[in-house]
Design a protein around this ligand. Structure first.
Ligand code: MV4
Length: 445
């Protein structure tokens, strides 16, 4: 097992990783920018190192500073959390080149899934269902026209290096293709320095359902079920559920079997998430995330597993020690991402939290680095707390969420708690009747 783990992240996820380390008896090193000198992830770590000024590119993305911090503290492994360097194959490679362990997949697998075209081709070869589309990259407008003619409009032009919706344009009919083609390529080039694009049939009202996978370095691969992440706005998720109100246990088992077989075949290691669109009873793979995700707690609550602990054990070479048949799904879990944003305009609201009171009681979990007197800096992601509830049924989880949101007091800055309070009272949310467009209409209408 590792002797000391450096956590290359901040906020709630840095705390989450520290908690897993502490339960495994492993000391932790926190890194922080000058803006985070008083942050909870620094206060609770065994050791801390300041790695630079507030802008992320000078601190939490500063690979040389992070590797130096690991060297001077004698850490033998680095957990990247999510965001920042978590899906940077060059960083994973550099960590290993310095004789340390990167707690995550191999650099090769990070690279493979970072290119959506390679990711799709790999999954297609292994029998995972895809959205109809181009066979790989589309090089010319003429080729795009041919593919669109074959799959039928509407189509989406997507950046190979894409993610978060950037470099993605819809063409509803043939007359819109040239414009979508040009815009997607230009946006891809400026955002990702690559103008490689591909085409897909546009699904107009899908749900966003993802499957949690865990693989050890001995060939064992299991899944921990799905999460429904359809409640989102501008590619930022607000609320996630495990399981999805839209799918049956039989559909989960079927998808899980195909996905785990595929990842076993490519020798994938550590945590991963396969993203699907689900519409008219069918799953279509779109992307794979090669990191721990923000919403992992809902999966932990229904499976009773510590996913970060599993990541660390696997990175240390340990076997999972259980199989798919040992994994049971119990009850229902929902997570609300609470951000320091105006609940109507979504403008960031950084500042000082003068008073703080978190909800509690049976089936309530708060993952947050907030405390009374804490400052929310303007430089980073605005998520300040995750409220996770677990109950035997979805209806009971919603009741628990409703009462927990009413208990939650974050004073001094505006937050999205009032928006979450409205969502949980909505009839169509309660019916589980929503898709990826639901929230946009809810907040504007
Ligand atoms: C799609 C789609 C509809 N049809 N692909 C958005 C970002 C990237 N992760 C994939 N995305 C989408 N791909 C086809 N063929 C709709 C979206 C999409 C979306 C997907 C998941 C979660 C939220 C979304 C919001 C808008 C669009």
């Amino acid at each position: 097992m590792f002797h000391k783990i450096l956590i290359a992240n901040r906020g709630e996820i840095a705390l989450r990783i520290q908690r897993a380390c502490r339960e495994l008896g492993i000391p932790t090193v926190a890194v922080h920018s000058t803006a985070d000198a008083e942050a909870m992830h620094v206060r609770l770590a065994d050791e801390s190192v300041c790695i630079g000024p507030p802008p992320a590119r000078d601190s939490y993305l500063n690979m040389a500073a992070i590797l130096s911090a690991a060297a001077i503290t004698g850490a033998d492994a680095i957990h990247p959390g999510y965001g920042f360097l978590s899906e940077n194959d060059g960083f994973a490679e550099m960590v290993e080149a310095h004789g340390l362990t990167f707690i995550g997949p191999s650099p090769e697998h990070i690279r493979m899934m970072g290119d959506k075209i390679t990711a799709k081709a790999t999954m297609a070869r292994l029998g995972v269902p895809l959205v109809p589309g181009s066979d790989g990259a589309v090089e010319t407008l003429e080729e795009a026209e041919r593919v669109a003619g074959r799959i039928g409009y509407p189509v989406l032009v997507k950046a190979a290096a894409g993610g978060g919706g950037r470099g993605m344009k819809v063409a509803r009919e043939a007359g819109e293709l040239e414009e979508a083609w040009r815009l997607a390529r230009a946006e891809a080039l400026s955002a990702f320095r690559s103008d490689a694009v591909y085409l897909e049939k546009y699904l107009d009202r899908p749900r966003h359902i993802e499957l949690q996978i865990m693989a050890d370095s001995h060939g064992s691969v299991v899944h921990f079920g799905e999460r429904d992440c359809s409640i989102q706005r501008r590619h930022q998720k607000l609320l996630e559920e495990a399981g999805s109100p839209a799918i049956t246990a039989a559909e989960r088992d079927r998808l899980g079997a195909v996905a785990t077989a595929a990842l076993r075949e490519i020798g994938y290691r550590n945590a991963g998430t396969l993203e699907f669109l689900y519409q008219d009873g069918e799953f279509a793979f779109i992307e794979m995330n090669t990191r721990l995700q923000v919403e992992h707690p809902v999966t932990e609550m229904v499976c009773g597993v510590d996913l970060v602990r599993e990541q660390i054990r696997i990175a240390a070479g340990q076997a999972l020690g259980y199989g798919q048949a040992d994994i049971r799904f119990e009850g229902h879990a929902i997570e609300c991402r609470i951000t320091a944003e105006d609940p109507e305009t979504f403008m960031p609201t950084p500042g000082r939290v003068s008073a703080y009171h978190a909800p509690g009681g049976l089936g309530v979990r708060i993952d947050s680095a907030l405390y009374a007197g804490a400052s929310v800096p303007p430089y980073y992601d605005s998520m300040i707390a995750k409220l996770i509830v677990h109950a035997p049924t979805r209806a009971e989880a919603i009741a628990r969420l409703d009462r927990s949101l009413a208990e939650f007091a974050i004073i001094g800055i505006r937050t999205t708690i009032p928006l979450h309070q409205r969502i949980v009272k909505d009839a169509s949310f309660r019916a589980g009747d929503y898709n990826i467009h639901w929230l946009e209409r809810f907040v504007t209408g």
